[in-house]
Design a protein around this ligand. Structure first.
Ligand SMILES: CC(=O)N[C@H]1[C@@H](OP(=O)(O)OP(=O)(O)OC[C@H]2O[C@@H](n3ccc(=O)[nH]c3=O)[C@H](O)[C@@H]2O)O[C@H](CO)[C@@H](O)[C@@H]1O[C@H](C)C(=O)N[C@@H](C)C(=O)N[C@H](CCC(=O)O)C(=O)O
Ligand SMILES: Nc1ncnc2c1ncn2[C@@H]1O[C@H](COP(=O)(O)OP(=O)(O)OP(=O)(O)O)[C@@H](O)[C@H]1O
Ligand SMILES: N[C@H](CCC[C@H](N)C(=O)O)C(=O)O
Ligand SMILES: [Mg+2]
Length: 491
C-alpha cells in the first residue's frame, strides 16, 4: 500500500509520500525496506536514538515527536507518537475480526478473556483470546511473552486471526499496554472492568495514575456506543463506581454485573464440592446455573465474560448454557495433585494482595483441616505489595511458607524478607521446589495446599539484562512430583 493512501485513510497529512509501505516496526532491528518506524521514548531506551539506524535499514517513514530529527524518510510528527503510530498501523493490518472485546482490571483479565472465548466457542463461533496465556485460537495456543503484546504484534495477530476465519476476539488490556498504546486502533465493541487493587506501583506513580491508565479503555479505546461491562461487588468498591462514571461520561451502554449489579444480578451462590450453584437475574428471567468452578472470584469473571458475550450479540440461552459448561482456566485454582494423605493441591496465579485473599477465600469453604499456602513475590516489580501479600496470606492461612517467585534482577533473600515482614509466623524456604514439597509432605487428609503466584508459568526467571536466565519450573509438575514422593500426613 502507498504511504500517501495509508495516511489518507488514517486521516493524517503525510505530503507526497509515494513510497510503498511493507510493514511496521517499533524496534529498529525489525525494520526492513518499506517499513514505517515508530520512535518512542521508553522506560529503558529512547527509540529516537535509533531513527538513523531504522532509516539505514530501509524505513520509509518515522512516526516521532515533532522535535526529533528525521533525515532521509518522511517524518510523521506528533506529540504523542505512540497513539498516531497505532492509528496508522491499524489501517495497514486489515481486515480484523468483526467482534472484538477487551478486559481490564487488576485481577481476572486472563480468566475473563479465556471464559469469553469459551462461551463464544460453545455458541458455535470461531473465537480467540489474546493475553497472558498467549494467543489462543480454535486450533492452538501460542505464547507472546507479554500480557499485552506490542502494537505491531497485536495488530498483526488480529489480522492474522481474521485471515484464519476467526470472527470473535477477546483481549486483555493491561495497564502497561493501555499506557503505552499497545492495543488499540481497532473497533472494540465491548469492554469489561473486573476490579482494581494494588499492583504495578513500580511502573505507575500511584493508584490514581494506575487507575487513569486503565480508564483509557473506556475513555478512548472502545468504539463510540460500545458496551461497558462492570463488576459491582457487594462491598461497593469505589473504583468500580468510578469506572462506571467514566463509561457513562463517554456515553457507553453499561451493563453492571454482580451482587450490586443491575443488569446481570447475582442473587445467590451456593458452593458445592466441585463448583457452585448460582442464581442469576438477567433480562427479566431468574436462572439457576451450576458453575463447574469453585471460588467467588471465578463467578465474577464468568459473569463478566457472559456480559461481554451478550454484548457481542451471542444469544442469552447459549451464553447461560455455556456458563454451566465452562472449563477451568490454566493455573487459576487448578487442582494439580492429590497428596498421599488425600490433601488436594491447588495452583493459582495470585500475585497481588487482593488475589491472595481471593484465592484463599475460594478454598476456605472446602477445608476442614488447615490451609497451607506457599508463595513468593516477583523481583523487579512493585516492592510495596510484598508485605501486603504476606499479610493477606498470614491473616487467612494456617501455615504460610514464603519462597521465591521470579527473583529477576533482585536478591531473592531480600524479596523474601520483605514478604515475611508482613507475615509474622511464616516459614521461609527459598528453593521453590523444596517449599512445595515441604507443604505437600506436611499436609494431612483434611488439609488443602495452595501454591500461589506462578499459575501457568513454566519458568523461574533469575537475573536480568544479559544475565537473565529462565530455569524450567512448573508449579503443577513440581506439585505432582512432590505428591508422588509424599508419605502423607501431619502428625
Ligand atoms: C515497562 C514496560 O512495559 N516495558 C515494555 C515497553 O518498553 P518501553 O516502551 O519502555 O521500551 P524500551 O525498552 O524502553 O525501548 C524504547 C523503544 O526503543 C526501541 N528500541 C530499543 C532498543 C533498540 O536497540 N532498538 C529500539 O528500537 C524499543 O522497541 C522501544 O520502542 O515496550 C517494550 C516493547 O513492546 C516491551 O518489551 C517492554 O516490556 C518489558 C520487557 C516488560 O517486562 N514489561 C512488563 C512489565 C509488562 O509490560 N507487563 C504488562 C502487565 C503484566 C500484567 O499484569 O498482566 C504486560 O502487558 O505484559
Ligand atoms: N475477579 C477477581 N477478583 C479477585 N481476584 C481475582 C479475580 N480474578 C482472578 N483473581 C486472582 O488473580 C489471579 C490472576 O487471575 P488472572 O490471570 O485471570 O488475572 P490477570 O488480571 O490476567 O492477571 P495479570 O495482571 O497478571 O495478567 C487468579 O489466580 C486469582 O488469584
Ligand atoms: N504480569 C505480572 C505477572 C506476575 C507473576 C509473578 N509470578 C511475578 O513474577 O511477579 C507481572 O509481570 O507483573
Ligand atoms: Mg493476565
Amino acid at each position: 500500500m502507498k504511504l500517501r493512501k495509508l495516511c489518507e485513510t488514517a486521516g493524517l497529512e503525510c505530503g507526497d509520500g509515494d513510497a510503498e509501505v511493507t510493514g511496521f516496526a517499533i524496534d529498529n532491528r525489525k525494520v526492513a525496506p518499506g517499513t514505517v518506524f515508530g520512535a518512542f521514548q521508553g522506560a529503558q531506551a529512547n527509540g529516537e536514538n535509533f531513527i538513523p539506524a531504522a532509516i539505514e535499514a530501509g524505513a520509509v517513514a518515522v512516526v516521532a515527536r515533532p522535535e526529533t530529527q528525521v533525515l532521509g524518510a518522511l517524518h510523521i510528527a506528533d506529540a504523542n507518537p505512540r497513539k498516531t503510530f497505532a492509528r496508522l498501523a491499524s489501517h495497514f493490518f486489515t481486515p480484523v475480526p468483526q467482534h472484538i472485546v477487551a478486559v481490564t482490571g487488576t485481577n481476572g483479565k486472563t480468566s475473563t478473556v479465556e471464559m469469553t472465548r469459551q462461551l463464544w466457542r460453545m455458541a458455535g463461533e470461531r473465537a480467540a483470546s489474546i493475553g497472558t496465556l498467549g494467543v489462543t485460537t480454535p486450533d492452538e495456543s501460542v505464547s507472546t511473552g507479554l500480557t499485552t503484546p506490542d502494537i505491531v504484534t497485536f495488530l498483526a495477530n488480529l489480522s492474522g486471526l481474521a485471515r484464519e476465519g476467526v470472527t470473535h476476539v477477546a483481549y486483555e488490556a493491561s495497564s502497561h499496554g493501555l499506557a503505552q498504546y499497545r492495543n488499540e486502533g481497532v473497533a472494540v465493541e465491548a469492554a469489561a472492568f473486573t476490579n482494581f487493587s494494588r499492583d504495578h506501583l513500580d511502573y505507575h506513580a500511584d493508584m490514581e495514575d494506575y487507575f487513569a491508565a486503565k480508564m483509557r479503555l473506556f475513555d478512548e479505546v472502545v468504539s463510540d456506543g460500545a458496551t461497558a461491562v462492570i463488576w459491582m461487588s457487594a462491598d461497593g468498591s469505589e473504583w468500580n463506581a468510578r469506572a462506571l462514571d467514566h463509561a457513562r461520561r463517554r456515553g457507553l451502554a453499561t451493563v453492571t454485573v454482580g451482587e450490586a449489579g443491575d443488569d446481570i444480578r447475582l442473587v445467590g451462590r451456593e458452593p458445592t464440592q466441585l463448583g457452585q450453584v448460582l442464581t442469576v437475574e438477567h433480562g427479566g428471567e431468574t436462572r439457576k446455573i451450576t458453575l463447574p468452578l469453585i471460588g467467588a472470584y471465578q463467578v465474577a469473571n464468568a459473569l463478566c465474560a457472559a456480559g461481554l458475550a451478550l454484548a457481542s450479540g451471542t444469544p442469552a440461552n447459549l451464553v447461560w448454557d455455556g456458563v454451566a459448561r465452562l472449563q477451568p482456566v490454566r493455573g487459576r485454582l487448578e487442582r494439580a495433585a492429590i497428596a498421599h494423605s488425600g490433601a488436594p493441591v491447588y495452583v493459582d496465579y495470585a500475585h497481588t494482595p487482593d488475589a491472595i485473599e481471593a484465592a484463599v477465600a475460594a478454598l476456605r469453604p472446602h477445608v476442614t483441616g488447615r490451609l497451607i499456602t506457599v508463595f513468593g513475590a516477583g523481583g523487579d516489580r512493585d516492592h510495596g505489595k510484598r508485605a501486603q501479600m504476606g499479610a493477606a496470606a498470614a491473616k487467612a492461612c494456617d501455615v504460610v511458607i514464603v519462597t521465591d517467585d521470579n527473583p529477576r534482577g533482585e536478591d531473592p533473600a531480600e524479596i523474601r524478607r520483605q514478604v515475611l515482614a508482613g507475615a509474622p509466623g511464616a516459614r521461609e524456604v527459598g528453593d521453590r521446589r523444596e517449599a512445595i514439597c515441604a507443604a505437600i509432605a506436611e499436609a494431612g487428609a483434611d488439609d488443602i495446599v495452595l501454591i500461589a503466584g506462578k499459575g501457568h508459568e513454566t519458568g523461574q526467571i533469575i537475573g536480568s539484562g544479559d544475565n537473565m536466565r529462565v530455569l524450567p519450573f512448573d508449579d503443577v509438575e513440581v506439585a505432582r512430583e512432590c505428591a508422588a514422593k509424599s508419605v502423607g500426613g501431619a502428625a
